[in-house]
Design a protein around this ligand. Structure first.
Ligand SMILES: [Zn+2]
Length: 293
């Protein structure tokens, strides 16, 4: 349902554009791009280069699963030319945000178009939204951002194409780098904080043996904890993964009871000093390596 709504809104946005409305550049003439999460903001900066100003809606420390846009962000989206979304229901708050922003020239970019979606939890009827954590999907998402920037600002089409091409080559190299690293790991099973790593696991032949919070923000029951501890012991988990956007308490309890340590994965990269996607992926692979190598 959310997905259909998004497609409908996208058509409206495109129709509004075709109507000849003027683009809305920033004071210095750059294209204002609002991106939902940190990795998408980085993609937009990589492709847009000097021609764009990018803002990230979900702030550091917050999770898109529990986020609510604040009025100043609605104002920013009202002035933006592009709204870059992950899609697959991650931005369940986007429809309301787009309505409130009431921006007839806004191009809404659903970067999940064409990506094969894996099954989600009970609260995710549209599927698991964490597509960006597979670099091959990230390449598709970068392509959608490139196409939307070209539509919004055809004058700089060649730059957007060249930037995207350069960056996609970096993503391909990253993919190979991760595959080489994972090939050295002796353990392939891990316990995640929430089901963020299913695309990553599928790409690199890993297995998400259990998750602490199926629905992020809802803490596990004592029965869940006991079951996860049992799984941790069975797979010989050296680490239980927590995430900086949520309380590590449950992970600590499970780690203590299964003789593992707590390590932090960050699927958004917003807790890192370098918030680029390349750094986000390398950070997470290094954390996993400490447990699985
Ligand atoms: Zn998530």
């Amino acid at each position: 349902m959310k997905r259909m709504m998004m497609v409908w809104l996208l058509s409206i946005a495109v129709a509004a554009c075709a109507g000849g409305a003027e683009p809305s550049p920033t004071a210095d003439g750059r294209i204002l791009v609002a991106a939902s999460i940190t990795p998408l903001a980085d993609f937009a900066r990589q492709v847009g280069g000097d021609h764009v100003e990018v803002i990230t809606l979900v702030p550091p420390g917050a999770s898109p699963h529990t986020y609510e846009p604040i009025p100043s962000q609605v104002e920013q989206v009202a002035k933006a030319r592009l709204l870059v979304l992950n899609g697959v229901g991650l931005e369940y708050w986007a429809d309301k945000l787009i309505q409130s922003a009431d921006n007839p020239t806004l191009i809404v970019v659903d970067t999940s178009q064409g990506i094969e979606v894996l099954a989600g939890t009970a609260g995710e009827p549209g599927g698991n939204p964490h597509i960006w954590l597979d670099p091959e999907n990230a390449i598709v998402q970068v392509g959608h951002i490139r196409d939307a920037l070209i539509r919004a600002d055809p004058t700089h089409a060649d730059d957007y194409r060249a930037n995207a091409e350069r960056y996609i080559a970096e993503l391909q190299a990253l993919d190979q780098e991760i595959a080489n690293e994972v090939a050295t790991w002796s353990n392939r099973q891990f316990i995640a904080f929430h089901p963020a790593w299913v695309y990553f696991a599928r790409r690199y032949g890993l297995i998400q043996a259990a998750v602490i919070e199926e629905s992020p923000g809802r803490e596990p029951s004592p029965v869940d904890v006991a079951r996860i501890v049992e799984t941790a012991k069975r797979i010989g988990a050296k680490a239980i993964f927590a995430e900086p956007q949520f309380s590590p308490q449950a992970a600590r309890t499970i780690a203590e009871e299964s003789g593992a340590q707590v390590l932090f994965l960050d699927p958004l990269g917003s807790s890192l000093d370098d918030r680029s996607y390349l750094n986000l992926m390398r950070y997470n692979v290094a954390q996993m390596a400490r447990s699985l190598r």
